[in-house]
Design a protein around this ligand. Structure first.
Ligand SMILES: [Mg+2]
Ligand SMILES: [Zn+2]
Length: 220
């Protein structure tokens, strides 16, 4: 019996061409955001701490502007709808595992036929004076990365005995998950990590490349 395929697909920089958190910060320029980005990249602080503190720099009085900018700024990577079609035809489970925030992830993905329960991302609370990020999928006792949205917890809930686990991603939020899965589709920083750790990976430019490779892996 062949294993059921399941795909864990990142959102920012993967489904979308740009990283939306960085785009929001670059546009609204709250003082201190770039220092926080550098601290996350150099691993002085966790992704969870960095993202939480960056959004706490933004006043909720600008909510509409921020939401409109985030949604309006998005470009979807080529072949995404085709990948969803392919997964439906091939009975591949497709999950969005995003370190992004609900107020842009859900509206952008509403254009695609993905059930809401297959989309994992962080939450947000605009009721105070500054934006507060909520963490409905924080790390469990098996993960100490302070991911914010813990991809490894979701991946581990699909057992390696039953599932062929595939991760698609591009960057720091994908590093921990990439070490767990059978196959990685990588762009950008994630390529370097896969090279360093000798993970089983394929670089990709768009989702047409992913479909082609999934077909080849099936024949193998
Ligand atoms: Mg990403
Ligand atoms: Zn984690």
């Amino acid at each position: 019996m062949s294993k059921q395929r399941v795909i864990f697909c990142d959102f920012d920089g993967t489904i979308t061409v740009n990283d939306n958190i960085v785009a929001i910060m670059k546009h609204f320029q709250p003082p201190g955001w770039d220092e926080l980005v550098n601290q996350v990249i150099s691993k002085q602080i966790s992704v969870q701490e960095g993202v939480g503190r960056m959004f706490a720099l933004l006043p909720t009085s600008r909510k509409q502007e921020i939401v409109d900018y985030a949604i309006g700024n998005v470009t979807i990577r080529a072949g995404f709808q085709q990948l969803l079609d392919y997964c439906r035809e091939e009975h591949i489970q497709f999950l969005v595992t995003s370190g992004g925030i609900d107020f842009f992830v859900y509206p952008v993905l509403s254009a695609f036929p993905i059930p809401k329960e297959h989309i994992y991302c962080n939450g947000s609370d605009f009721s105070g004076s500054q934006i507060e990020i909520l963490w409905p999928h924080a790390c469990d006792e098996h993960c100490t990365n302070h991911c914010g949205m813990c991809k490894t917890a979701i991946i581990r809930s699909y057992s390696a005995d039953q599932y062929e686990r595939i991760l698609i991603g591009d960057s720091i939020t994908d590093f921990a998950g990439a070490k767990l899965v059978d196959t990685v589709f990588a762009r950008s920083h994630l390529i370097q990590l896969c090279e360093e750790l000798k993970l089983n990976y394929y670089p990709f430019e768009d989702f047409h490349d992913v479909i082609k490779q999934l077909e080849e892996m099936k024949v193998k």
